[in-house]
Structure formats: structure tokens, C-alpha cells
Design a protein around this ligand. Structure first.
Ligand code: ROI
Length: 166
């Protein structure tokens, strides 16, 4: 079993429901257990142009799936929920990002882990810290608490909602 942190994000077609559907689908994945879930966070969209606010959450999985098998499975969940990959950084019904896969560093055409932009994203770092319990060391030698000090939580709203593990 490997511990894997994933990020969920949605800003289209009832985002809270999108996150809940994704969570239900992730719970059905073979050889995979959802161990922890963060609160649901709301934030303005990062990136160019104007688009609706996002809801985000971070989950801890324990899985026997390989990184590519897990990527394929999460991309299938995105597709099942109507994800259309057209505009880079455009609005989306569902985004599932592999943030950390154990302490592996992966740099392949299909997959980069740790997620290359997670270190600057408050909607990833704050929910990640909520469920990590302790400071986390990242494979590049950085650590979560230091990244958090460099990353404002301005505009990030922790809601009272969460995806429940039971
Ligand atoms: N902005 C926020 N706040 N949350 C996201 O999940 C998110 N995802 C994206 C882009 C468009 C970069 N902006 C985001 O892919």
C-alpha cells in the first residue's frame, strides 16, 4: 500500500455535488481506500480570465494501484463526470490531481508528481495540512509548513462541509 494525496476541484455544474460524486467513485476503486478527507474549501479561480469560484478538497488514499493505473482511474472518473479538456486553465466540472504518491518523484509525459504547481496553491496546501496531521516532507526536500508560510490563505474559505469517509 502506498499513501497518496489527491486534490479535487470543481467550478461547474453544482461543484459540491461534483466533489461528492467523485468521492463516491473513488471509494469504489479497486485496491484503494479513502483514509482522510479535508473540509471543502471555496476560493476564487486562479488563472487567466473570469470563471466561477471553485470548491476544492484534498483526500488521503491508501492504494495498491500504480501511479499510472491511479491516473487512468481518476481520469476516467473525470470523464464520467463530463470533464471536457479544451481550454488550459478553463472552468471544469471535475479535476482530480495526483499531488503526492508516497515519496516518489515522477516525470513522464503523462504524469508529473509531486504536482508541479501545488507548492504555490493555497487551495491545495491548506487542505493538505488539515489532513496530514504533521508537517510533511516533500520529495524535493521542501516541507509543507515552510510552503504554507510562503503561501497566503487570503481568499480561501474553509467551509463547514466535508466529504465523509463512512
Ligand atoms: N483555481 C482554484 N481556486 N481552484 C482550482 O482547483 C483551480 N484549478 C485550476 C485552475 C484553473 C488553475 N484554477 C483553480 O485548474
Amino acid at each position: 500500500m502506498t499513501f497518496v494525496y489527491i486534490g479535487l476541484g470543481s467550478n461547474l455544474c453544482d461543484p459540491e455535488n461534483q466533489l461528492r460524486s467523485a468521492f463516491a467513485a473513488l471509494k469504489q476503486l479497486q485496491d484503494t481506500h479513502v483514509k482522510r478527507t479535508s473540509s471543502i474549501y471555496r476560493s476564487a479561480a486562479v488563472g487567466p480570465g473570469t470563471q466561477p469560484d471553485y470548491l476544492n478538497a484534498v483526500l488521503l488514499l491508501a492504494t495498491k494501484l500504480s501511479p499510472t493505473a491511479l491516473l487512468d482511474a481518476t481520469q476516467q472518473i473525470e470523464l464520467n463526470q463530463g470533464r471536457v479538456r479544451d481550454i488550459r486553465w478553463g472552468a471544469r466540472t471535475l479535476d482530480i490531481d495526483l499531488l503526492l504518491y508516497g515519496d516518489l518523484q515522477i516525470d513522464s509525459p503523462k504524469l508529473t508528481v509531486p504536482h508541479p504547481r501545488m507548492q504555490q496553491r493555497n487551495f491545495v496546501l491548506y487542505p493538505l495540512r488539515e489532513i496530514s496531521g504533521t508537517n510533511l516532507s516533500l520529495p524535493d526536500g521542501s516541507d509543507l509548513d515552510t510552503l504554507l508560510k510562503q503561501c497566503t490563505n487570503a481568499g480561501l474559505i474553509k467551509t463547514k462541509y466535508r466529504l465523509l469517509t463512512n
